[in-house]
Design a protein around this ligand. Structure first.
Ligand code: SAM
Length: 161
């Protein structure tokens, strides 16, 4: 017989009305197949916390790095530093949008991330989170902003060629 302590059991809420689409302009993405009401828990994902060195020496130099989240990590000297964690499951498939419709929360005690609908999400819409202001890729949603300086740069470049 297996004994599981009540306090170590964590409910894995999960929204079933989702599909993964493989060919969006952002790569793979998660879309709603039915209307999802605001505040619905979309998913609860377990995480693997990386050691500070493990991240800086290894993972940072791989494509996995683009899937990691900032996560507070205890360093060798006992101090808390901002490290990285790998999120298992759907959590790693949410793309970025500045007008995100999904919010996320770290549970550092249980090593989980909970994703929740920030507003009503209609069927057919992509579920996106915000990655914050510093992106490591070109945001396909971002409008090209034309300034006079850009025009001058372009002119100078053309003249030099
Ligand atoms: C955590 S993954 C998300 C899943 C990814 N689309 C896939 O197919 O595996 C993060 C990567 O998705 C892409 N991505 C996410 N949001 C994007 C956006 N707004 N514009 C362009 N690419 C995006 C970038 O390549 C980024 O490095």
């Amino acid at each position: 017989m297996v004994y599981i302590l009540e306090e170590s059991r964590i409910l894995l809420d999960r929204c079933a009305d989702l599909v993964i689409v493989s060919n969006t302009p952002k790569g793979r993405g998660i879309f709603a197949t039915k209307d999802i009401p605001a505040k619905t828990i979309v998913d609860v994902c377990p995480v693997l916390v990386l050691g500070i060195e493990e991240n800086t020496e290894h993972v940072r130099h791989t494509s996995l790095y683009h899937y990691t989240y900032n996560w507070p990590v205890k360093d060798k000297d006992g101090s808390i530093k901002m490290g990285q964690a790998v999120i298992f499951g759907l959590g790693s498939m949410f793309n970025h949008a500045i007008d995100q419709n999904v919010g996320w929360e770290r549970d550092t005690k249980h090593l989980l991330v909970t994703y929740k609908a920030l507003r009503d999400i209609p069927a057919g819409e992509e579920l996106c989170i915000s990655y914050g202001p510093r992106l490591t890729f070109k945001d396909v949603d971002a409008a090209e902003v034309y300034t006079e300086e850009d025009g001058l740069d372009q002119l100078n470049r053309i003249q030099l060629e």
